[in-house]
Design a protein around this ligand. Structure first.
Ligand code: SF4
Ligand code: SF4
Length: 164
């Protein structure tokens, strides 16, 4: 996995123009069964992918924390939401709460998440490849293929499977 993660940014960069073209077409005319196709591609990729050998999302980008996330995680630590914010979060350029630092503070040994049962919604859903109306998050996916090997493989499979 380490070798893949080292090469992934270059692979993503090599595919960038092709992916942009593909997603532009997908946005214009998404197949009727796109939600179903994405569900299948996502499930089959994650049957092969062991996130515990990777954790690149936790190491290189942090999630956004919604107010509900903050309340839930603060409660888990028996902290007040504001105490949790002061200890771990900052506000980014888009006015969202994000981690003060990456790798994520809650990334434990052996790539386990120390707050797995209460982790942010964005962590539960990353890399969002089973999201409904997937064509609407193509800008985000273009970035995620450089971070997440599973997202990279799913996009490559999409290009092989979806004729536009
Ligand atoms: S979601 Fe993607 S980047 Fe995150 S651990 Fe799994 S394979 Fe790696
Ligand atoms: S909260 Fe957990 S799943 Fe989310 S980035 Fe941190 S370690 Fe990873």
């Amino acid at each position: 996995m380490d070798k893949v993660l080292r090469q992934l940014p270059q692979w993503a960069s090599d595919k960038k123009a092709e992916n942009k073209k593909f997603f532009a077409k997908l946005r214009k005319k998404p197949p009727k069964d796109l939600d179903y196709i994405m569900q299948e591609l996502h499930e089959s990729e994650f049957e092969r992918t062991d996130c515990l050998t990777c954790a690149n999302c936790c190491k290189t980008t942090g999630p956004l924390f919604t107010n509900t996330d903050i309340e839930r995680i603060a409660k888990h630590f028996r902290m007040k939401p504001q105490q949790f914010i002061d200890a771990y979060l900052r506000i980014d350029e888009e006015n969202d709460y994000v981690l003060q630092q990456v790798p994520c503070t809650f990334l434990d040994t052996d790539n386990y998440c120390a707050i797995y049962s209460v982790r942010p919604k964005a962590c539960r859903e990353f890399p969002h490849t089973d999201r409904k109306k997937f064509q609407q998050i193509s800008h985000l996916t273009l970035k995620n293929v450089a971070i997440c090997p599973a997202a990279y493989n799913i996009v490559e499979e999409m290009k092989r499977n979806i004729q536009l």
